[in-house]
Design a protein around this ligand. Structure first.
Ligand code: SF4
Length: 212
């Protein structure tokens, strides 16, 4: 799928079988601008990369890229937000696996003073986000007690990279109605979290501190 300013390049899995029977899986993407397949890890350091959309039930995952190097600035660019996400994201992010109970999750959020946690797979790749409001919905209904993170999380729709421009990340979050989005590192694992709370704090700083 392509818009005026973005391209979505489909993600596939390359499996490499070795002599001992082991299988290594690498995420690949067909890079339309370069007309070749590249590792998704490459995209996380590509200046065109805006984010990574997770696969849905009927849609494959994709890397979201700017369609050209000289896109028109967005409305949020006018606020001086071409800063990379790494300048604003929280690096001390809480991560849990999908089988963690809601009770343990609530205890973790309280202990860390966090508003949300990233739900990750065994390789640390994001599979969802679970927030205070998700937990409170479960706590409000006694019949639901005992659920785990997989039951209450919002499945991961997309992630951004450290180099994604803040303005682009905010546009993607606004389009999807998300308050938190995972930030992935070169190997696709969670390295931070970008939240609307941190963006607002960043905007509230004195103007002389806004430069990247
Ligand atoms: S982010 Fe860069 S390397 Fe990755 S698909 Fe887009 S243009 Fe190609």
């Amino acid at each position: 799928m392509t818009s005026n300013q973005t391209i979505e390049c489909g993600i596939g899995v390359r499996e490499i079988l070795s002599g001992d029977g082991g299988v290594r899986r690498r995420l690949m993407v067909h890079c339309e601008p370069q007309h070749e397949a590249v590792y998704v890890a490459t995209c996380t350091v590509c200046p065109r990369c805006l984010g990574i959309r997770a696969p849905g039930e009927e849609t494959p995952g994709a890397v979201i890229c700017r369609s050209s190097d000289d896109d028109e600035p967005t409305v949020t660019d006018d606020l001086g937000m071409r800063t990379p996400v790494r300048a604003v994201m929280e690096r001390d992010v809480a991560c849990v696996t999908a089988d963690v109970s809601v009770d343990a999750l609530v205890a973790l959020l309280i202990r860390r003073g966090a508003s949300a946690a990233a739900v990750v797979d065994e390789d640390g790749h994001p599979v969802g986000i679970v927030s205070w409001s998700d937990c409170l919905r479960v706590r409000a209904g006694a019949a639901d007690a005992g659920r785990n993170a997989a039951d209450v999380m919002t499945p991961m729709v997309f992630s951004v990279t450290e180099t994604t421009e803040l303005s682009r990340a905010i546009d993607l979050m606004a389009d999807g109605g998300f308050h938190q989005v995972p930030v992935v590192m070169g190997d696709g694992s969670v390295g931070g979290m970008l939240s609307t709370r941190e963006v607002v704090r960043w905007l509230a700083r004195p103007r002389q501190h806004l430069a990247p």
